[in-house]
Write a protein that binds this ligand. Structure first.
Ligand SMILES: [Zn+2]
Length: 143
């Protein structure tokens, strides 16, 4: 029996399709997109919360900054790992963990195109596949 794929952060990530998606909101008055999703009105134009519609956007964009974390107190990820700020094609800037830089160092990867991929965290007690979002360089990325 096939198990479901569920996000470690279901309010932020859509798991209905094979490709990862970010749950965002878009303002119908000014077209601004927000991630994490806004609920209390548009920060860009001041429109009320009624103008904010839920949308799913692709976790694709350009890496704008990156740093390698060498010491991490949590047990959710093992150091060292690279965290970066990504300017999404849809506008918002988000932070994410980069799991594959194709051999580049963190600073060398700045300016490259990146995309979100599912990272398998393991099964939950019901046997569902729990996933979280990570980023990697896009194939053939040069920009
Ligand atoms: Zn707006």
């Amino acid at each position: 029996m096939p198990q479901a794929r569920i996000s470690a952060h279901p309010t932020l990530h859509g798991t209905d399709r094979n490709e990862p998606a970010l749950r965002a909101t878009r303002c119908t008055a000014c077209e601004s997109t927000f991630f994490p999703p806004l609920r209390l009105g548009c920060e860009a134009c001041g429109a009320s919360d009624a103008a904010l519609l839920p949308v799913e956007i692709a976790p694709r964009g350009v890496l704008r900054s990156a740093a390698t974390v060498h010491v991490h107190a949590g047990d959710d990820i093992e150091a060292p790992f690279v965290v970066g700020e990504i300017e999404l094609d849809e506008g918002p800037r988000i932070r994410g963990i980069l799991e594959d830089l194709s051999g580049l160092g963190d600073v060398e990867a700045i300016g490259r195109s990146v995309e979100g991929v599912w990272h398998r965290c393991g099964p939950d007690p019901e046997g569902n596949e729990v996933v979280d979002l990570r980023f990697r360089l896009c194939e053939g990325a040069t920009s």
